[in-house]
Design a protein around this ligand. Sequence first.
Ligand code: PLP
Length: 415
Amino acid sequence: MNNIARLDRAHVLHPWTHFDSHERDGCVVVSRGEGCDVWDANGRRYLDAVGGMWCTNIGLGREDMARTISDQVMKLAYSSTFGDITNDPSALLAAELASIAPGDLNRVHLTTGGSTAVDSAYRLAQFVQALRGFKDRRHVIARQDSYHGSTFLCMSVGRRAGDQPPEFNYKTDDIHHVASPYLYQRPEGMTEQEFEDQLVAEFAAKVEEVGPEKIAAFFAEPIQASGGVLVPTQTYLKRMWEICQKHGILFIADEVVTSFGRLGAWFASQEVYGFVPDMITTAKGLSSGYLPIGALIFSDRIYQDMSGDRYFASGYTYSGHPVSSAAALKNIQIMKAENMLERARTAGVKFQAMLQGLSDLPIVGDARGHTLIGCLENVADKATRRHFDDAIDIGKRVSNAAEPLGLLVRPLGHL
Ligand code: PLP
């Protein structure tokens, strides 16, 4: 273990890292990166198959990004966007996002990452519903196995196994959850279409149970990424959106993972699944991880209903950060100039075929994904889809075995 790994073990509290395995195994110290590859402190090369945290979309180590960032640092490293001040990169970025976002999603609230975008979306939903005269619309619906970020509020909205330890007293009173489109573990003998019908019916019933006049918004990741790469049937999301439309419930598409090329599109909601949400939250691929930034993109209809002698009480010191905004703008330019969305779609076909090829392995119960996101679900018994005992920690074992082979993957329980 080198000195950095020792210091890390002695002082760093990592996100979601088991205390005992951190004590026992320590960490891989990543020292350098180029394209899809990273090198550890000993010079060992790894294929970073998760793209950092599903975020290094244009690849690491690009000089054009480095130049853009350093030029902006020298020009204007920081300026607030609170009140009546703005800066060139943040206004240009907002305009660019409006031009690539679907429908009339032309308004942008810049944030520091995905969690802060989701947190602001929740508040915006309640705010605009109240301004439209629906003061009782304070409830939201989300789904099991969802991940919407790590602030207290985002963790209350999300519902992944293991994320609600009893010691954390999350907000529960007005947040409701319905089942996720977890196709692989659907009830025995049910077709995918029947399962979709059941999920849509459950959502409609939940809306009636809570009372449509009390619901502000529905939060949904187009593909539930951290909850196990749950890829829905093709028409499921549009049918959920239709129910929202019917009842005046705002559809918030959490596209923190699924935007900026991950599914070969700027945004998956319309381009992949055929509906225009009321709001989109995004981050990660927005700057390809070069600098932290997120965005809440919302409709002109919402903005029009908020005008007048009011303000939206949300924002962060680094909202509209000029350097992060310049990096995100450059990232979009690079994606356009290098035709990356189309290239992602082409590479995605090959990647998914290769992933499917792993289904023959005795422990792989399901190989699933879409374009450039994929996952293997490991099982002890393929016939019954029974998982291994949690104590076996199969995901971590696979990850530990992959590392010496030069491959970084992301273990998530049985995945
Ligand atoms: N929403 C989704 C769907 C995510 O996957 C994530 C992070 O993985 C977030 C929100 C939170 O983003 P951040 O970690 O940038 O706060």
